[in-house]
Design a protein around this ligand. Structure first.
Ligand code: PHE
Length: 398
């Protein structure tokens, strides 16, 4: 009996230690001659329902950091990334950043993708005065958590309003809304879409909700079908969207689905298949953009990972490069100095556009693209470019 107990306890410890061990990575073949290393933390959904978010983000970060290290690093030091998997869970996101800060002593943190996970981790970074940059969380509340919290993408007020303007311009007057009650992202984006759509004369003819992880959406879709909408706006994540599209199709509801950046995943078309034909969503960049910087990034990513980079990969590449650039300009690796340097970022040329950090610590004036599923592929449907709108410059898209 005693012996058994010992065995159980012992193996539990082994599992716990293995589970906690941070997966650390350095750039390819980089040992610094006496320069030392700068430790940067990454927390993300490498596993779980949003697994492709974390994986693409990790790839984008490592590509950027390897390039930076190969070019001499930052002020003579190489950057070392320490990665923690939060399994797509909010509680784990909080645990992950706590570990990165208190055990690994990272000087800054990159992450997360899903807004709810970034919202859980941001207060911890703020309390510890460790700057955090989210490459891709769009919920406006995140950067309000404090002056150490930044983002290098656009926010959901802009995203929701842009989508509403677009569907109105396409003649859509009646829309149904299906949101995820468990996701801050979904709730926020749904709200901003509705606000602008109704202000522009549109009508929400049906409203339904689900909870992330559900797999049966038939009851909600039956209600939606009865309201006969021109589109069904679903600000969700790819796994849910794929299933919703399939079930919508099975029920004979033909309105296209419209959504936001959360649809973006190499798995979207795999899960949704033909049922997604004619549906469209907003994203942060289009992989087929002929601009030299985008083209070069896509090619390098394909060569290294054997896949087309999705929006998260591009955003993560940009966020890691903005952080390295800030580390170069910072007076020291003290949190407050890094913070000041990130806040001073201006006109940084990224794959997802020009990045300037505004007074609210959000990237300002970034463009948005709308992609449509056509012939089983993602095609570019429209580009919303605030800089172009403001300046009227014909070259704004590149
Ligand atoms: N913007 C989404 C969120 O805040 C995450 C996301 C970004 C998903 C980019 C896909 C692509 O939750």
């Amino acid at each position: 009996m005693k012996k058994n107990l010992f065995v159980v306890v012992f193996s539990a410890i082994v599992v716990a230690v293995a589970g906690c061990a941070p997966k650390s990575e350095t750039g390819t073949g980089t040992t610094t001659a006496g320069g030392g290393e700068i430790l940067v933390g990454e927390y993300g959904s490498l596993t779980g329902p949003q697994g492709t978010f974390g994986t693409s983000t990790h790839n984008g970060i490592m590509m950027a950091i390897d390039e930076i290290n190969a070019n001499g690093g930052v002020n003579g030091k190489k950057i070392k990334v320490i990665t923690e998997d939060d399994q797509s869970k909010q509680e784990e996101a909080a645990t992950a950043v706590t570990k990165l800060i208190s055990e690994n002593n990272v000087v800054a943190v990159l992450g997360e993708v899903a807004s709810s996970c970034s919202l859980a981790a941001a207060p911890i970074c703020q309390q510890n005065k460790v700057p955090m940059i989210t490459p891709s969380s769009t919920n406006p509340e995140i950067t309000k958590k404090g002056d150490y919290i930044f983002r290098t993408c656009y926010t959901d007020d802009y995203q929701g309003h842009s989508l509403a303007d677009y569907v109105l311009s396409e003649g859509v007057k009646n829309a149904a809304l299906l949101t995820d009650v468990k996701s801050d992202y979904s709730q926020g984006l749904g709200h901003f879409f509705e606000e602008r759509f109704t202000a522009g004369g549109g009508k929400i003819v049906a409203r339904a909700s689900y909870a992330n992880g559900d797999s049966d959406f038939r009851a909600q879709l039956t209600t939606v079908k009865a309201s006969n909408p021109q589109i069904l706006f679903v600000p969700g994540y790819y796994t849910d969207i794929g299933q919703i599209a399939q079930q919508e199709h099975d029920l004979g509801l033909n309105a296209p689905l419209v959504g936001g950046d959360g649809w973006e995943s190499p798995k979207l078309l795999e899960i949704g298949g033909k049922a997604l034909e004619g549906s469209y969503y907003s994203n942060h960049y289009f992989y087929g953009d002929p601009a030299p910087m985008v083209h070069e990034f896509v090619q390098k990513y394909k060569d290294r990972f054997g896949a087309t980079p999705d929006g998260m990969a591009a955003l993560a590449y940009d966020a890691a490069r903005v952080l390295a650039d800030s580390l170069k300009r910072a007076k020291s690796t003290k949190g407050s100095d890094i913070r000041d340097a990130i806040a001073a970022t201006k006109n940084f040329q990224g794959v997802t556009g020009t990045i300037t950090i505004g007074p609210d610590r959000n990237a300002v004036g970034k463009k948005l693209v709308i992609e449509e599923v056509k012939g089983g592929q993602l095609t570019l449907k429209a580009t919303v470019d605030p800089q172009k709108n403001v300046t009227g410059a014909a070259t704004a898209t590149h």
